[in-house]
Design a protein around this ligand. Structure first.
Ligand code: B12
Ligand code: SF4
Length: 489
């Protein structure tokens, strides 16, 4: 089947750098395509409890929701979306989903079938890649892993039963075609830049609008590599090697770093397209630490990009004080301190490659060089004991003040931690106890007035059974904001 009008569909994902790359390849081949984003990816007051607790998190003492917990996916979205998809009249629907997006993809696909909208569905992204059998309940084909080479084949020759990377059903059997080798660094360098053409993108969020993310005009987001050199037990980023080996016996490097020169070229291109860009975000989970790469970035960034600030995720085990200082001098504005737990035992379970001393030193160095950051912790891991939570609290008492977020552990298919949980069936602590500690962490990190309070509340076990009562201690920030606002008026 030759393709002349594919439509990409994403869920809560306007950023979708992977899909935007496939769209750029489509454009390069002079083939028209469109993008329909279902729902914006916001964070705020929880509007739906239905989706469980993974998408709720504590941020500076407030329990907030993200994705569908904040902005629920509704029948109205499906109805409006189906009308739009019919109007766009695609010859191939390309659904992109992470694990959390699979139920929405299914909902939409079933509604399309119900309305007799007969068009093939190709599903890709981490969700279908990890659980193709689930995706094939609503999709005709699944594309395994990286799709740039497979997509070029589809544009050249059409989609058929021989297309590489495809997974599909033959009766009750699931067939896997051979798979392309993953992209080499040279191939990654040659990819066209993301496609953000305004006239071909739509947002479905109760109604249809053009999916122009307002931030897009002021913030540009990209990657300097693929994968991750580390191997945290709850994450797929460092697992490209494992999945290519397990499913196809193909070697995929754990991490591929694109030369700094090429990233700077992309940033120049983006700034030419959107002169309003004021901030660059390198979205890699690990900001490059390779000496040669850093030297080129530190030399070229200020010369070519000037004083536009950038952010990226620096890491205690990879970035030294010297690097922090140099990056600050060329425009590093913000980063994160992803510690996940203050217990050495839990760091082992998470397979984190740094010690608590390194984490402390790292945060102090960021503070010293005046780089904004927030702490990230994981809560509700069933392996945690109360002693692990106490260790985290005590660690925070020794750290610089900063904002803090605690995300509940989300357990994804094929992760080592999922296998460990299945094998050992650990007894989890109650959510209430986690919440009490989550709020104590926020108090300990927020400022010098509230850190001592976290010590007293912990020692006297105040509101241990009713943690939400502690939320009042964070209203102060709101009052301050309101006062500032009134004074400004
Ligand atoms: C950067 C990043 C983010 C950024 C930006 C994400 C974005 N929208 O682009 C932020 C911080 C916002 C983010 C948020 C989240 N993320 Co994130 N993120 C990543 C990271 C590090 C890179 C993603 C990426 O763009 N990779 C590069 C591109 C090229 O790859 P790609 O998107 O997978 O696309 C390729 C293929 O998958 C395929 N493909 C994709 N779609 C389609 C569709 C079709 C039809 C075809 C044929 C092929 C295809 O082709 C693309 C090109 O090769 C990955 C880890 C990783 N290495 O992938 C985690 C990762 C994807 N994130 C993950 C998660 C869980 C989340 C959150 C749910 C976290 C949360 N609790 O809020 C949210 C969800 C956001 C959303 N709206 O979807 C998980 C997903 C696990 C899973 N099983 O689903 C990952 C794998 C990390 C992990 N913990 O394991 N994320
Ligand atoms: S460092 Fe981040 S991206 Fe890399 S494996 Fe760990 S959690 Fe995943």
């Amino acid at each position: 089947m030759k393709i002349s009008n594919p439509v990409f569909v994403t869920f809560y994902d306007e950023t979708c750098i992977g899909v935007r790359t496939l769209m750029a390849i489509t454009k390069q081949n002079n083939i028209k395509c469109s993008l329909v984003v279902f729902k914006t990816h916001g964070v705020g007051k929880i509007k739906s409890k239905e989706y469980g607790q993974n998408y709720e998190y504590y941020q500076n003492g407030k329990l907030v929701g993200s994705l569908m917990a904040f902005n629920p996916f509704t029948q109205k979205d499906v109805e409006v979306g189906v009308q739009l998809l019919k109007r766009l009249n695609p010859d191939l629907l390309c659904f992109s989903a992470r694990t959390f997006g699979m139920p929405f993809a299914e909902w939409l696909a079933r509604e399309l079938k119900k309305q007799k909208f007969d068009v093939s569905i190709l599903a890709g992204g981490w969700g279908p890649t990890l659980e193709p059998e689930k995706a094939l309940e609503w999709a005709d084909y699944v594309c395994f892993g990286e799709a740039e080479k497979m997509w070029q084949d589809v544009l050249d020759r059409g989609l058929d039963k021989n297309t590489k990377n495809l997974i599909y059903r033959i009766n009750s059997h699931i067939n896997r075609n051979p798979c392309h080798t993953p992209m080499t660094i040279n191939e990654l360098e040659e990819l066209p830049f993301q496609n953000h053409d305004n006239n071909i993108q739509y947002l479905v969020d109760n109604e249809i609008t053009h999916a122009v993310n307002w931030k897009r005009h002021t913030i540009y987001e990209t990657f300097s590599g693929r994968g991750c050199p580390l191997s945290c037990s709850y994450c797929m980023s460092g697992m490209y090697r494992t999945i290519y080996k397990d499913f196809y016996d193909i070697h995929c490097p754990k991490y591929r770093l694109i030369p700094a020169k090429r990233i700077i070229e992309e940033l120049c291109w983006a700034m030419g397209q959107w002169p309003t860009i004021r901030r660059i975000k390198l979205k890699d989970e690990v900001f490059p630490w390779d000496k040669k790469w850093l030297a080129e970035w530190i030399e070229q960034y200020p010369k070519v990009i000037g004083n536009i600030k950038f952010s990226g995720h620096l890491r205690p085990e990879l970035h030294t004080e010297k690097t922090i200082k140099q990056l600050k001098q060329v425009g590093l504005l913000r980063t994160t301190v992803g510690i996940q737990s203050g217990s050495a035992r839990m760091l082992k379970i998470y397979n984190r490659a740094f010690t608590l001393e390194m984490a402390k030193e790292f945060a102090h160095n960021l503070d010293k060089w005046n780089i904004g950051f927030s702490y990230h912790f994981i809560s509700d891991c069933p392996f945690e004991t109360e002693q692990d939570l106490i260790n985290t609290l005590k660690l925070l008492w020794e750290m610089p003040y900063a904002s803090l977020a605690t995300h509940r552990l989300a357990i994804f298919p094929h992760t080592p931690i999922k296998k460990k949980i299945e094998l050992e069936n650990p007894q989890a602590l109650s959510h209430y106890l986690h919440d009490w500690y989550n709020l104590l962490y926020c108090l300990a990190a927020i400022d010098k007035w509230r850190r001592p309070l976290s010590k007293v509340i912990w020692r006297l076990k105040i509101f241990r059974k009713h943690p939400s009562a502690l939320k009042i201690l964070f209203w102060f920030a709101d009052i301050k904001k309101i006062l500032k606002w009134i004074l400004r008026k």
